[in-house]
Design a protein. Structure first.
Length: 348
């Protein structure tokens, strides 16, 4: 049996690309052993909700905003319009996969071990068989397989655990240079986690990895990389669900156009770069990796309405593209506050 496309991985990127391909009439196979649970805080951001809406089957909580803190400086950003949701990640993945299967994609619960481009075809080997297709989408997250074919290598290390404490309706982020901790409220518990660039934090919990930005090349002659495999995660707060789903769709559209002779796979790189511009967010992350700037950032979010609105726009904006003028404004506002001039140092 030969397929038009094989999608490797049934996370948000894989399911979105399979759904798009099968809805366009292509014979699509998803391969994923589905033997591990994804570690994730499960926050669906405003940009996700604006584009895709929300299905309440997997919602745990509607969120009113985000609290950020640095040591004992706490700021609250209450969203004026946007709505974010805290979801059950397992149900979310299952829902998305089912959508693709209902639309005609097939699923094999196998593990892919290698991918070989052979002239006009691609050969996928799993732990059970070899399968041929015209094209493949590698949506296997941060995995050994993705790494073998040009996928993400640089990651932040995360540990997350479930705690039975009363949840409220704000997502909480505690920032320290190079370290980031969170509390994600669920229906009757919270998920607390911590991420670090210097190895897994030494706390109990489940381990996960977050990519640190897109890989240089996301296409080959016969395959495309999507989602975490390609490193599509916001460098500001680690949002990946929107970029996974959207990149899966873009990859599927590019393959469809290639199959009808309208473009080549190189166009994928051009297309996602037009939509995902991480440069502004990378710049902000770089700025707040400095302790004094981070302190000023959180203090201003707490004390200045204008700055609070600016941070709200970063968190809830469409495509999170930040204009160079906005970075200029940010630096100007930050330079007005000198943490050394404040009455006392923050207590950490
Ligand atoms: C601790 C943590 C918290 C996070 N919190 C958030 C959040 O709150 N909001 C947000 O937007 N993002 C969050 N993210 C990021 C988000 O989880 C990812 O960006 C997203 O899951 C990526 O989706 P994906 O489909 O690319 O990959 P994945 O979801 O990782 O799916 C990859 C799939 O590939 C399969 N696979 C792997 N190897 C093979 C193989 N050899 N053969 C076949 N299949 C294979 C796996 O079984 C898996 O099902 C978080 C990440 C972490 C680690």
């Amino acid at each position: 049996m030969k397929y038009d496309c094989i999608v490797i991985g049934a996370g948000p990127a894989g399911s979105a690309s399979a759904l798009k391909l099968s809805s366009l009439g292509y014979k699509t196979l998803i391969i994923d052993p589905r033997d591990t649970k994804k570690v994730c805080a499960g926050i669906l951001t405003a940009q996700y909700v604006k584009r895709y809406g929300i299905n309440h089957d997997f919602v745990e909580k509607e969120l009113k905003g985000t609290r950020i803190s640095f040591c004992d400086i706490h700021a609250q950003i209450s969203y004026r319009k946007a709505v974010e949701y805290s979801i059950n990640r397992e149900s979310f993945d299952l829902f998305n996969l089912n959508e693709a299967l209902i639309d005609g994609s097939e699923l094999r619960k196998e593990r892919v071990s290698s991918i070989e481009e052979k002239g006009a075809h691609i050969m996928i080997r799993t732990n059970k068989e070899s399968i041929t297709a015209d094209y493949a989408i590698i949506a296997s997250g941060i995995s050994d397989l993705s790494k073998l074919y040009g996928g993400t290598r640089k990651c932040a290390f995360c540990v997350q655990q479930k705690k039975y404490v009363e949840p409220d309706n704000y997502y909480e982020i505690d920032l320290q240079p190079g370290v980031y901790s969170w509390v994600a409220p669920k229906k009757n518990h919270v998920l607390t986690g911590s991420s670090s660039l210097a190895g897994f934090p030494d706390i109990p919990g489940e381990k996960g990895l977050i990519p640190l930005g897109p890989v240089k090349k996301t296409f080959s002659k016969r395959f495309l990389l999507a989602g975490d495999a390609a490193g599509f995660v916001s460098p500001f707060e680690g949002e990946g669900l929107y970029y996974s789903r959207r990149s899966g769709e873009i990859a599927a559209q590019i393959l469809s156009d290639a199959m009808s002779g309208k473009n080549t796979l190189n166009d994928y790189q051009v297309r996602w770069k037009k939509e995902f511009d991480f440069s502004g967010l990378t710049m902000i992350s770089y700025l707040i990796s400095d302790r004094r700037i981070l302190e000023a950032f959180v203090r201003l979010t707490r004390d200045s309405e204008e700055f609070n609105n600016f941070v709200e726009n970063i968190l809830t904006g469409e495509n999170k593209k930040i204009k160079i003028q906005e970075i200029g404004l940010l630096i100007k506002m930050l330079s007005k506050i000198n943490p050394f001039n404040t009455a006392r140092s923050p207590q950490c």
